[in-house]
Design a protein around this ligand. Structure first.
Ligand code: GSH
Length: 223
């Protein structure tokens, strides 16, 4: 379990884990976005309850789910008591606030956020989507519109991995000199990129970083 920093940054009060909140993760265990939150919780020693849905059966698109869990019809959603927080990176931030997974240094904290936005804009929509299409939907079952997007997503996904690989050539972690949420949110879909047709053997620095993430104390593997 990680040690926690004093519960004040810039004079504000921050949540401390001993002020026990009940966390329920609304998830599909095949989703890397859900795994990010489970990995964050594991590294911080926080307990998560699980409520599972099958996204391939449209279980997050029901009127009940959209009225009560996430009006955007997607998992993950982190339930904190009786409040619901969609978006994986927001949920990771919520759990990690006040911990060493969010750097103290202002620039490093913003750099960490820049990689978290990169993950959502340049990485996940390409690498995670191709993995989902290839591994879970099956190429033969894709719509013509989806098939037409494969090539562009492959190029954009390769660009994202090449950028990460170049960045990691001269440093051990994505932001600053220690593991942060930038590493935690980029790890899930990067380490299974092969399943989307992105050969990880091409990226030596990413490989070394994957091993560093897996060596973190209290690391848990994806289901
Ligand atoms: N930006 C969102 C993406 C959420 C997302 O796309 N979830 C997918 C699974 S990883 C989903 O629920 N798909 C089912 C659907 O759209 O019906 C996040 O990071 O949480």
């Amino acid at each position: 379990m990680r040690t926690w920093k004093p519960a004040a940054i810039s004079g504000k009060s921050y949540w401390k884990p001993e002020m026990a909140e009940r966390y329920t993760l609304h998830e599909d265990p095949r989703s890397g976005n859900c795994y990010k939150i489970k990995l964050t919780a594991a590294l911080l020693g926080l307990a998560l309850e699980s409520r599972q849905y099958d996204i391939l059966k449209g279980e997050t698109r029901t009127p009940d789910f959209m009225a009560n869990v996430n009006p955007n019809g997607r998992i993950p959603t982190l339930q904190i008591g009786d409040r619901f927080l969609p978006e994986s990176n927001a949920a990771c931030w919520y759990l990690a606030e006040g911990s060493s997974l969010i750097p103290d240094d202002r620039f490093t904290r913003a750099e960490m956020l820049s990689w978290m936005f990169f993950e959502q804009y340049s990485h996940e929509p390409n690498i995670a989507t191709l993995r989902f299409w290839m591994q879970f939907v099956g190429e033969a079952n894709l719509s013509e519109q989806q098939k037409a997007q494969i090539q562009l997503k492959r190029i954009a996904g390769q660009d994202a991995l090449e950028l990460m690989d170049r960045h990691l050539a001269t440093r051990e972690w994505m932001a600053g000199d220690a593991a942060s949420l930038a590493d935690i949110v980029l790890y899930p879909y990067t380490h299974v990129a092969d399943a989307g047709g992105f050969p990880l053997a091409d990226y030596a620095h990413i490989w070394a970083w994957i091993e560093r993430v897996q060596a973190l104390s209290d690391f848990i593997a994806m289901d």
